[in-house]
Design a protein around this ligand. Sequence first.
Ligand code: ZN
Length: 267
Amino acid sequence: MAECVVEDRTSYEENRGFLEQAAADYQAASAAMSWYTLPRVPRGTPHRVVAGSLTKAQLTSLYTDRMVGTSGGARRIYDEIQVAANGDCPFCGGVGHVFTLDHYLPKSSFPLFSVLPANLVPCCRDCNTGKSATFGTTAEQQPLHPYLDDPKLFNQRWVRARLVPSDPIGVLFYCAAPAAWSPTEQARVASHFTDYDLANRYRKLAGAEINKVVGQRRGTLRGMSPGGFHEYLLEAASEPGYDLNGWNRTTYAALADTEWFWRGGPL
Ligand SMILES: [Zn+2]
């Protein structure tokens, strides 16, 4: 067993240059947001040689044994990446709590990046199991990379919601990218929104939050004027702790935008 580890270490060392080149290629693809162009291998081909003399199986087991395994030398890096998200899954705007690390480029198709920290993103259980194991083959099909993507995909609003005047009040979330964005950028956020099932997952949390707000309006906020209540909702919608495209900020923005709601009709 010990012999086997030494042998593996030697082959990783011998092929260090190939892995460094892979890291440089990943960095270049990140700058161009063209991860889909990176080399991939068919799924289920463990003996395929992918970097110098290293096989796919050697690279993926390097992740499983040395990074995930609690006695592995690189477990510290795994833990550091997990902690960096402060518990909130960056794929779903914190609907779920961080449970694991996700390979942005799945290691089944992109084994070269199995242990590359830039390819590892903290992720909740639902986002990890819900997403497809295949990565899109066009720029439009690429999900958002929470750390390396164009900042405007995170600091401009593309998730919106509309209230439905039913009892209890319903809420519909939808994707509405800025018209000034390129067709590729618009398609990417739309596919991210669908792939991670954000409309349904946001709706469930928003329903409970709206019930809470209605309860407050009937209780502690009863004496507030409609204008004052509108201000209160606007303030909640600009709470800096909320993600711009997260469920909570989007919900409060929809409440503040809906005059029949804050004028008190349904309350
Ligand atoms: Zn998530």
